[in-house]
Design a protein around this ligand. Structure first.
Ligand code: PMP
Length: 386
């Protein structure tokens, strides 16, 4: 295998440069652990940015992918397929939704949800939130708030506005009879791991319903078990009109979906589409992921480990910490200063942690992580912050 310097120099030469990279070359994974090219082991709290809920190199998912690959890898949705049919049914049963459009990533799920809400309502305006993140393609980017992601690409899609998150009055003023949809995260992920309140979401549901606007809940990051429920909105018994899912939905391979609640007419033929959407191999991986979560009681385990981890991080005493927030195993620790030096120290200690903005350390470990690993993470976070 190539050594670290070779790997790094090739990637540095040939990548366009949009990623800020960590000085580590990962070549293998197992469960919640990653291994670099020199064989060094890390505890992974990056969790594939939310796409590795099932753990790295999960043998059940690898076997399902291999078996499906030997039978049929790809097939456009113009043909019916057994694996896809089964997955549609399983997902609708898990969420209480009725219909599904499959795609290949989070941003595509959001694009589809935005388009569908316009088609269904015949309206053109979309309301999104301050610090919301919904993707980086032109439609989803128009719903994303962060200025430095948006500005180079303006003018974006017209008709989007951003209102303060978790603010019922702002919502009440913004949603009108021109609004096609309100798009919101249950826990803002990229925006700093900020959970909204149940009251806020219940008000959103009511206001949208009264004014004929659709409620799009974006669970690309918070979904598929991450917060200790299949989907985070289930904590508050919400009924989204449209629900977006991606990241771990495909058990680690690219996949996305937007699900529609019961009661909508079928959408007009050809109004949207995707070559790879609903491909059998992603569907097989997703089915294996659902089976694994159920067999391993991963939802319950995530709720328990998440509550323990949140509490343990909150007990760390350090003048550097502003706040620790989260739901399930979606946790953010906001510092009073930039996280970069602490993230680097943790990497040196064999712990990989994500960020959410400049001052928030974000923990999205694979849901299979053991309590003993979380204890090691807490101990090391404590030591670098004290
Ligand atoms: N929506 C949310 C809530 C997300 O967190 C993300 C990714 N971080 C996206 C959409 C976009 O997903 P992707 O990177 O798969 O396009």
């Amino acid at each position: 295998m190539m050594d670290f310097e070779t790997i790094k120099s090739l990637e540095d030469q040939h990548s366009v440069g949009v990623y800020s990279k960590r000085p580590v070359a990962i070549v293998r994974g197992k469960g919640a652990h990653l291994f670099d090219v020199n064989g060094r082991e890390y505890i992974d709290c990056v969790g594939g940015q939310g796409a590795a809920n099932l753990g790295h190199a999960n043998p059940k998912i690898a076997a399902a992918i291999a078996a499906q690959a030997e039978r049929l890898i790809g097939l456009p949705e113009m043909f019916y397929n057994d694996t896809r049919a089964e997955l549609m049914d399983r997902l609708c049963n898990l969420t209480g939704m009725e219909s599904i459009f499959f795609c290949n990533s989070g941003t595509e799920a959001v694009e589809a949800a935005l388009k569908f809400s316009k088609v269904i309502t015949g309206r053109k305006e979309i309301v999104a939130t301050v610090r919301g993140f919904h993707g980086r393609s032109m439609g989803s980017l128009s719903a994303t708030w962060e200025k430095r992601y948006r500005e180079p690409f303006e003018p974006l899609v017209p008709g989007f506005s951003h209102i303060p998150y978790n603010d019922v009055d702002a919502l009440d003023s913004a949603i009108t009879d021109q609004t096609a949809a309100f798009i919101v995260e249950i826990v803002q992920g990229e925006g700093g791991i900020r959970p909204g309140s149940p009251e806020y979401f219940h008000a959103a549901e009511k206001i949208c319903k009264e004014r004929g606007a659709l409620l799009i809940i974006d669970e690309v990051q918070s979904g598929f078990g991450r917060t200790g429920r299949w989907y985070a909105h289930q904590h508050y018994d919400l009924k989204p009109d449209l629900l977006t899912s991606a990241k771990s939905l495909g058990g680690g391979i690219p996949f996305g979906a937007v699900m529609l609640r019961k009661g909508f007419d079928k959408l007009p033929t050809a109004v949207h589409g995707s070559t790879f959407g609903g491909n059998p191999i992603a569907c097989a991986a997703s089915l294996a992921a659902i089976d694994f979560i159920e067999e391993e009681h991963l939802i319950e385990k995530t709720a328990e480990n998440g509550a323990w981890f949140l509490n343990a991080l909150r007990e760390i005493e350090s003048p550097l910490i502003r706040e620790v927030r989260g739901l399930g195993l979606m946790i953010g620790m906001e510092l009073k200063q930039k996280t970069a030096p602490y993230i680097a120290q943790l990497t040196e200690r064999g712990i990989l942690v994500l960020t959410a903005g400049m001052t928030v350390m974000r923990f999205l470990p694979p849901l299979v992580i053991e309590r003993s690993d979380l204890e090691i993470v807490v101990k090391n976070v404590k030591e670098v912050l004290q």
